[in-house]
Design a protein around this ligand. Structure first.
Ligand code: NAP
Length: 309
């Protein structure tokens, strides 16, 4: 099969012919239709985090995908060949075929294209687990989402609003209309104002997708007993104790049930995915350049998707 591989840390992406994965009894072989680019793909490939997130070289990147079940192992009952699915993988989705466990996939929402579906699993599950599992957000509460117009943030805004919470987001000013359209009742332009100076009331939950100084200042806007959930860096336990709040860095724990629940919300039109741009798998190097460059300039909302087949 064709796949994109990293042969050495910091080396180029190589579009190669490699063996198709074999599947064990509890595995599913998926013919990948699309995959999505995550910033962590570039970070892992660079070797900068090899002490904490090592990769086995040669490495096929790709943590999420959509596709069609090609073959199932003898112990698999959850799906059948021909089913359209989407899900997460520890690696390997930048390829024509991928072996996955049933616990990482769900049926693809029928109203989504394969490209849209591939953009969903990582960002949406991170948002869901961030605000509900770790943030314990409830109806009637108020949440502040830092980076609300990003891929994860946009799902957090939609889920929180759907759950009956009041949603405040920090973002660039020109994302205000977009954020209002997906459920934010207030948008604070992070380039123009310091959120802790303009917020009049404290919030129950902060979902921090930015880190650094943004995280430090978040303690000032949390109610006593509130929750600070960070997706980018650990939270100071000294500060959480001092402000009488809870705080932790989350790590996505993919689940078939969780993704299935999100698939239903997508299918009924309660939430929507955003795809920023689509490249072919062969053009992955350009997609990675885009992701790296996009960290410092304006761009369309949503994920960068790679069309595989
Ligand atoms: N822990 C986990 O399991 C997990 C899982 C998935 C993702 N993540 C991490 O979560 C973070 C967000 O991911 P993403 O995919 O949503 O990123 P993204 O799509 O790149 O979005 C980032 C957003 O943050 C905005 N932004 C930048 N600086 C800001 C600031 N100081 N205050 C408010 N908004 C600001 C950007 O707006 P402008 O472009 O207008 O500046 C952009 O809309 C990444 O660091 C990612 O690695 C963690």
């Amino acid at each position: 099969m064709k796949a994109v591989r990293v042969l050495e840390y910091g080396g180029p992406l190589v579009f190669d012919e490699v063996p198709t994965p074999t599947i064990a009894g509890d595995n599913i072989l998926v013919k990948v239709k699309s995959t999505a680019v995550n910033h962590i793909d570039l970070v892992k490939a660079s070797g900068r985090v090899r002490q904490i997130l090592p990769i086995d070289l040669p490495w096929i990147p790709g943590h999420e995908f959509s596709g069609v079940v090609e073959r199932i192992g003898s112990d698999v009952a959850a799906c059948a060949p021909g089913d359209a699915v989407f899900g997460t993988s520890g690696m390997g989705a930048y390829a024509e075929y991928l072996a996955v466990k049933p616990a990482a996939i769900a049926r693809k929402p029928s109203n989504l294209s394969f490209e849209e579906a591939a953009s969903v699993p990582v960002a949406s599950q991170t948002a869901w687990q961030g605000i509900f599992t770790h943030g314990h957000l409830e109806e009637g509460q108020t949440i502040l989402v830092h980076g609300g117009a990003g891929a994860v943030g946009a799902y957090a805004v939609q889920f929180a609003s759907h759950a009956g919470a009041t949603v405040i987001a920090t973002a660039s000013g020109n994302d205000e209309a977009y954020l209002n359209s997906i459920g934010a009742s207030r948008v604070i332009d992070y380039r123009e104002a310091q959120f802790e100076k303009v917020l009049r009331e404290k919030v129950d939950v902060v979902f921090d997708l930015i880190g650094g100084d943004t995280q430090k200042r978040s303690f000032l806007v949390l109610k006593e007993g509130g929750h600070l959930v960070a997706a980018t860096q650990p939270v100071s336990q000294e500060e959480t104790a001092r402000h009488r709040v809870s705080g932790a860095m989350m790590r996505l724990a993919p689940s078939a049930d969780g993704l299935g629940r999100i698939a239903r919300l997508l299918e009924e039109g309660t939430i929507r995915p955003d795809v920023a741009s689509v490249y072919t798998l062969q053009d992955v190097a350009q997609a990675w350049k885009d992701i790296a460059g996009n960290l410092s300039r304006r761009r369309p909302h949503g994920k960068i998707v790679l069309r595989v087949a």
